[in-house]
Design a protein. Structure first.
Length: 143
């Protein structure tokens, strides 16, 4: 068995869908082994900083509903034959993915790459770049 636990960082983008498809293929290829790898899908969303109590409550509800719909989209891409754990986290995406992977003994992270553009990435950094740079485990970035 190559991997025992695979974590897919999923945000609903086309590249994260490709990453999820790759993870599913990896799990299916190893299904004949005595112990197929576990597949976990994490979606991290971040509440915006807002001013005003009424708006903040409505915004949080809307972001949570959007995040739940994103995970529902991931579930639709998974064959019924696979057992998958779905995780929804709030916070900084790179930090939350790395923290989850560490706490749950994940041995591979799979995620899509992002084309933010050179200037934007210089100032903000991309989630995939941050995870690749900070991870202590292998990271597969799908293009």
């Amino acid at each position: 068995m190559l991997f025992s636990k695979i974590l897919v960082a999923y945000d609903g983008s086309n590249l994260s869908k490709k990453a999820l498809e790759k993870a599913v293929r990896l799990v299916q290829e190893q299904t004949g082994d005595q112990q197929a790898p576990e597949l976990e899908i994490i979606h991290v969303f971040h509440y915006p900083t807002v001013i005003g109590d009424a708006y903040a409550v409505n915004a949080k509800e809307a972001y949570l509903e959007g995040a739940q719909l994103t995970l529902k989209g991931a579930k639709a891409l998974i064959p019924d034959s696979l057992k998958v754990k779905y995780v929804l986290q709030n916070g900084d995406p790179a930090h939350e993915v790395l923290n989850y992977a560490k706490q749950n003994q994940v041995d591979l992270i799979i995620m899509g790459s992002r084309g933010l553009g050179a200037i934007r990435e210089l100032f903000l950094g991309s989630v995939s770049h941050n995870i690749v740079q900070q991870s202590n485990i292998p990271v597969m970035v799908v293009k």
